[in-house]
Design a protein around this ligand. Sequence first.
Ligand SMILES: Cc1ncc(COP(=O)(O)O)c(C=O)c1O
Length: 223
Amino acid sequence: MPEARKRTLFQLAQRFDVAIIEDDIYGDLSFSLPRPRTVKSFDDDGRVMLCSGFSKTVGPGLRVGWLAPGRYRDQALHMKYVSTGASATLPQLAVAEFVAKGHYERHVRYATRQYQRQRDIMISWVQRYFPEGSGISYPQGSFLLWVELPAAVDCVKLNQRLAQHAIHVAPGSLFSASGKFRQCLRLNYAFTLTPTIEAAVRTVGELATEMVEEAQAHQVGVG
Ligand SMILES: Cc1ncc(COP(=O)(O)O)c(C=O)c1O
């Protein structure tokens, strides 16, 4: 979200007196520096609860996060207490030491450089293997690519076909509360991009192309 919109969003929250929960989990994985501002940075009355964690930066198995609750500190502590009670201390201490010793900054700098290179490789594969008319996002950070396929491709069905090849993608409808984005999918380029992953992307593209051709044949048949 552009900075100006973040400011407007904050002003709206003020006008209607509502709280904002800002999930900044990918914020530190920005490819350009300085990283984008948070809504929290416009917060002058403590209504933004900024939260993030280390699952996307340091390691997915960590599940250590943090919250800057602003004026909602007591409620946040209560919610934490009644929802998850105590969290394991050891991973938190390990992360705290990792950050305190400066490893976090170094690690994130290294990881984002790697992700930026991998983004370009993944985009080139999608351009090469996916059906004509597919649209691709151009992520400015993180490790997730959003692809919009021609409308004939239902990515939930595509995923079922891909399962036979032991390949799984995240269908777009997973990210909608109302079942939208069925022709979209999300690809992850966090892992080192090997020839095996390239072959998998090619298979996704081939099966998607098959679905486009089936729809065209059906249209001709109906016509
Ligand atoms: C959008 C988003 N926010 C936050 C999280 C953090 O999850 P967790 O608290 O389990 O590390 C995740 C990752 O799973 C995520 O995708």
